[in-house]
Design a protein around this ligand. Structure first.
Ligand SMILES: [Zn+2]
Ligand SMILES: [Zn+2]
Length: 272
């Protein structure tokens, strides 16, 4: 508790006074809750004040983006494989420089492949922050440093796409389980679009870790209040909007379980 207050006080001091009071809550304004998620986990969270239920507000994702109301992140090792999502918005670009790769092959890659993909000099790549159709944010690598979203993706020639399609069809015919269903479907979509670069869709790892809050339980003020008169109001009856939201959450969970069942039936070698 003391550490919480010291860290907050230090952060507040570094901000302009008006902002500090707004952005960094005082410990005495923080209310503790236990929330149960649809994965079964129970976490403790803090809200500003005691009025707003944790399931009735928005929490942040890994890139500080807002998740849907009532969702939180909870990471599980056995989470379902990440789904592909369409890119709906291109954000800012960031350049990153990497040192030359070592001569020794990395991560058990065979020497021949390594010789082809190895960078023998330092190189710089451009990464773009993108927003996906699910609302989550991730990074996408651009085909070159100067590429801009207005240009649209680079595409292969029709001749090259036809060759690649033939090669993939042959590979799939002789290795029916060579690619997980998700990758197989993704490659088919990319071939049908001329093998675009950057791809118009990418894997969303946040989607695998997002869970719905299914129950909120009050714990109390972070700093217990002194002899407050009994003023807890009787439980309000559920509102229509609240019931509708819970129904949507239950339906989303059912859809997710159905997808997992389909994935299970289609093969269990998905590579997450
Ligand atoms: Zn969990
Ligand atoms: Zn997502």
């Amino acid at each position: 508790m003391r550490e919480f207050e010291e860290a907050n006080a230090e952060f507040r001091d570094r901000l302009p006074p008006a902002l500090g009071a707004l952005l960094v809550p005082e410990a005495k304004e923080c209310y503790r809750w236990r929330v149960q998620l649809d994965c079964g986990c129970i976490n403790e969270v803090l809200t500003l004040g005691e009025e707003c239920l944790p399931s009735d507000r928005q929490w942040r994702g890994p890139e500080c983006e807002w998740l849907q109301k009532g969702q939180m992140l909870c990471v599980h090792d056995d989470a379902p494989p990440a789904p592909y999502r369409d890119i709906v918005e291109w954000g800012e670009r960031r350049k990153r420089t990497f040192p030359a790769d070592p001569a020794e092959p990395r991560d058990g890659i065979d020497p021949e492949t390594w010789a082809l993909i190895r960078h023998d000099e330092p190189h710089t790549s451009a990464f773009w922050k993108v927003k996906l159709a699910c609302g989550h944010i991730t990074d996408v690598i651009a085909p070159d440093l100067e590429w801009k979203p207005e240009e649209g993706p680079h595409r292969c020639s029709a001749k090259r796409v036809a060759e690649m399609t033939k090669e993939f069809e042959e590979f799939w015919a002789s290795n029916p389980t060579g690619h997980a269903p998700r990758e197989h479907d993704h490659m088919r979509r990319m071939l049908s679009q001329g093998w675009p670069s950057p791809e118009p869709e990418c894997l969303c790892y946040t989607c695998c870790y997002v869970h719905w809050i299914v129950a909120d339980q009050r714990v109390g003020w972070l700093i217990p209040r002194e002899a407050e008169p009994e003023r807890r109001q009787p439980q309000k009856p559920p509102t229509r909007a609240g019931l509708e939201r819970r129904l949507r959450q239950a339906e989303a969970e059912a859809a997710r379980l159905r997808d997992q069942l389909v994935d299970l039936d289609r093969g269990t070698h998905a590579d997450g």
